[in-house]
Design a protein around this ligand. Structure first.
Ligand SMILES: Nc1ccn([C@@H]2O[C@H](COP(=O)(O)O)[C@@H](O)[C@H]2O)c(=O)n1
Length: 287
């Protein structure tokens, strides 16, 4: 796979990655499921030197930017990516961050009918190559689980507007609960933040029938917390993990290389996941 030889691609054990890809290729598309994070994994981290907004974050060019206006990002994002703190240390801060953001959004009485326009006018962008990624999985009927600590309603709108929300796509995320007048009144279900995805994986992903009987997993994420997204897969055989290292590269490189099978450093494209998928799905090695 020529894409794996790029200098932005880091691997702790290249031979293990190759073995896993071959095993997944032999098993074919029928054994495969893809589990992916959304913000900064399927969406770009930056474009033309500027941060791309997440499903939660403020987009200054946005006409109703108060909708996503959370300066809390500047306080809590550095904690989220701090390589010197453990996950346990970060947990209470993440709960605070998400709780405050959700409260702010509720106070702002966000209207359901404004969401589509808000997304249309925002600068949120999926990574280059996103269309091949979504379309190829749909054509091959490979289920795609998007597991996001962002806002599910916004996430769905983003993939809808990019015309890639296919029937093979399942989403687990924080969904808004609107009252009868279409005004945000709460968030549904248990809060999902960056570091509690394991609970969601065991509680919710494990029950999705479309994912049953598919022991091979391609997992995509941008945070160490994303590595637990496949913990609900029963009897997994091969779990190949790809991590996007977008920020604080030098501080986090070692932990990412020790944790993900493939690490993509400041790569704003889906080139590597697409190449790996083409290879697995082509089934050229199948006996
Ligand atoms: N107020 C917030 C809260 C979180 N974020 C970022 O969103 C990411 C969560 O979504 P995933 O799809 O990646 O699970 C998380 O990494 C936070 O950095 C935000 O921008 N604003």
């Amino acid at each position: 796979i020529p894409e794996l030889t790029k200098c932005s691609v880091l691997m702790r054990e290249r031979s293990r990655v190759e073995e896993m890809i071959h095993a997944m290729q032999r098993a074919g598309a029928g054994s495969l499921q893809v589990i992916s994070d959304f913000d900064m994994t399927l969406t770009r981290f930056a474009h033309n030197g500027r941060r791309v907004p997440t499903t939660h974050s403020k987009d200054s060019r946005h006409p109703i930017s108060s909708l996503f206006n959370t300066d809390l990002l500047n306080t809590y994002y550095p904690v989220e990516i701090d390589a010197s703190r453990s996950t346990e240390e970060k947990l209470p801060h993440m709960v605070d961050w998400w709780t405050k953001v959700h409260e702010l959004l509720i106070q702002q009485k966000i209207r359901k009918d404004l969401l589509a326009q808000a997304v249309k006018e925002s600068t949120v962008m999926l990574r280059d190559g996103y269309k091949e990624f979504f379309d190829h999985l749909a054509e091959q009927q490979v289920p795609l689980l998007i597991f996001s600590a962002g806002v599910g309603d916004i996430l769905e709108e983003v993939i809808q507007q990019n015309r890639v929300f296919h029937p093979n796509t399942h989403v687990i995320s924080n969904y808004m609960d609107f009252d009868h007048a279409g005004v945000l009144q709460a968030f549904k279900g248990q809060l999902i933040h960056t570091f509690n995805k394991r609970e969601g994986a065991l509680r919710r992903a494990a029950g999705l029938t479309a994912l049953q009987g598919r022991p091979n997993v391609l997992l995509l994420g941008d945070s160490l917390g994303d590595l637990t997204m496949a913990d609900g897969v029963s009897e997994p055989e091969n779990v190949l993990t790809i991590g996007f290292l977008n920020d604080q590269v030098e501080q986090r490189k070692e932990s990412y290389v020790n944790s993900f099978d493939i690490v993509l450093v400041k790569d704003e494209t889906m080139d590597v996941p697409n190449a790996v998928l083409r290879h697995i799905i082509s089934g050229r090695d199948r006996k």
